[in-house]
Design a protein around this ligand. Sequence first.
Ligand SMILES: *[C@@H]1O[C@H](CO)[C@@H](O)[C@H](O)[C@H]1NC(C)=O
Length: 429
Amino acid sequence: FCWRSEMKLKRFLLRYYPPGIILEYEKGGALKTKSIDLLDLSPETDTEELISAIRKSEPLITASRVDQVKLLIVRLQEKLGQQDNRRFCLFKALQAHILPLTNVAFNKSGSSFITGSYDRTCKIWDTASGEELHTLEGHRNVVYAIAFNNPYGDKIATGSFDKTCRLWSVETGKCFHTFRGHTAEIVCLAFNPQSTLVATGSMDTTAKLWDIQTGEEVSTLTVSQLSLSLSVSLSLSLISHLSFPLISTCSHNHPCPHPFVNDFIQRVHTLIGHRGEISSVQFNWDCSLIITGSMDKSCRVWEAASGKCMATLAGHEDEVLDVCFDYTGQLIATASADGTARVYSAVSYQCISRLESHEGEISKICFNAQGSRVLTASADKTARLWDVQSGVCLQVLEGHTDEIFSSAFNYEGDTIITGSKDNTCRIWR
Ligand SMILES: *[C@@H]1O[C@H](CO)[C@@H](O)[C@H](O)[C@H]1NC(C)=O
């Protein structure tokens, strides 16, 4: 009896960032996918060695598929080897809102983006023309957290200080559902990758899950024993990365106990070590590591499975306000109120580069998908673009007349948006 014969490979899909090959296959009549992650791939990687390693671990890659896989790996290597020395120019400054912006986010292709604001609205914009596509009106207070249901991009969720979360149609701008139940401000939210659920985190110290079809609450996770931002971000990251097979088996009228989530949160409880509040939390790509930024001026790296602290990245002279991994999870960036940012190796925990030239605190930091550039947003009214390896400031994006609260790269890394306290949003390309 041969198990292998039950699985039939249908086709390959290439994923550039992080590098990987997606296998679409048929099993028991159902179409499924799985990915071969090639997070260490570089233009120098020996293709033959890599293929023999893949063949050992992946039964779907049979001898007859080897040439095809080789071609895909070469294409990924070519993409990774491309030098990108582009300079960004201001493309459009949009009088986006009548009050400060809270957040900005691209859809997967980057052809549209959204802005949230203290003016109680969220707006959808066309990136190429700078044209406003829709204003999402209905919230009765600040729209603080916003998200597209990427990679689909047909829905938007908004979380507000009015304690509700709303789900909207991108095409029409109509509100599908208003999720009510939180008793305090909603400060973060996330879609699951299948886009069937939204998770919201609130100052009421709970995270809730909502079914986007029915508009009903699926369950509540109470996380009151933990530092709010840590627990909410963790619940959200966890929900969006790990626990969906579990959660999606629960019926709406009978919320399941989430054994995995509860167990995880209990284990997370042992992430003790910071001597100050946690400002930011993120998982790496495969969810094996968690990083936390803290008001105690350090960033800590934790092993997700054991909750063990693997490293303390010290060096900042003031609070760490934001932390992030690159797409492959091999680099960590930290941003601080001391006006500097740093890049560390997530493998050796050594500091690779120091990003020093901002003249005010840095509130947001992110990598481009390619992992070659870092983008920082600062109270000094500029956003800056840095070379990851050398720490050289390649560009200062100037023009905003007040603090920049939020900035983002599109997936291709050729467009940047910045959102400011000056009520405007700027597109750079
Ligand atoms: C992004 O938004 C634009 C404009 O609404 C749309 O045409 C495009 O299909 C979207 N892409 C994705 C991947 O969501």
